[in-house]
Design a protein around this ligand. Sequence first.
Ligand SMILES: C[S@@+](CC[C@H](N)C(=O)[O-])C[C@H]1O[C@@H](n2cnc3c(N)ncnc32)[C@H](O)[C@@H]1O
Length: 183
Amino acid sequence: MVMTRFTQYLEDKVTQSKILFSGLLRCYMKVIKNEAELAGIDKDDHVLFIGGGAAPCSAIAMQKLTGAKVTVIDNDRDCIRKSKALAKKMNFSKDMIKIKHMEGEFVDAGDYSVIHLALQVSPKEKVLDRVYKTMKPNTRVLVRHPKESRKCFYDVNLRKRCSECSMVEHKNFTNIQATAMYL
Ligand SMILES: C[S@@+](CC[C@H](N)C(=O)[O-])C[C@H]1O[C@@H](n2cnc3c(N)ncnc32)[C@H](O)[C@@H]1O
């Protein structure tokens, strides 16, 4: 998808500047704080991020804010290489953040207490079907929704799954409008 390529390109550039990267991370910190509160995430959780990108800011922010163990997957080998280098540079051990190349459609969600889907993940319904097929009962599933005006750029709309979900709205300049928690 065009937006995914564009975001990957931007993230790649941002990681080359300390100032830009810390600005981006700060922005994700606010989103992650809301999401961690929504799902009650703490250090005993193991969170799977599907679609980490070259700069896995959400995963980094989650690990820093909650102390949870985090695993990140992405289906782009170049992003995996760059995000591994970044995590190493930031001194995250593999017990804190583990990064692997994998398609969301083939993930085994059974090892995690929280599953998190990036805005750019596609095909979302297929990935979610796989998550629901393999996850343990009571796993919390967090799915980001785009702002109304940016919907055309993303694989949406999952609100139909949302008849019994909790949502948190974000106020930031990213394309993320809200995060839904499905149970
Ligand atoms: C550009 S990143 C944005 C995430 C952002 N860095 C963050 O921390 O929240 C989104 C990534 O999702 C990945 N992606 C999209 N669909 C996927 C799928 N089905 N399985 C695994 N990764 C996927 C893309 O390769 C892309 O790198």
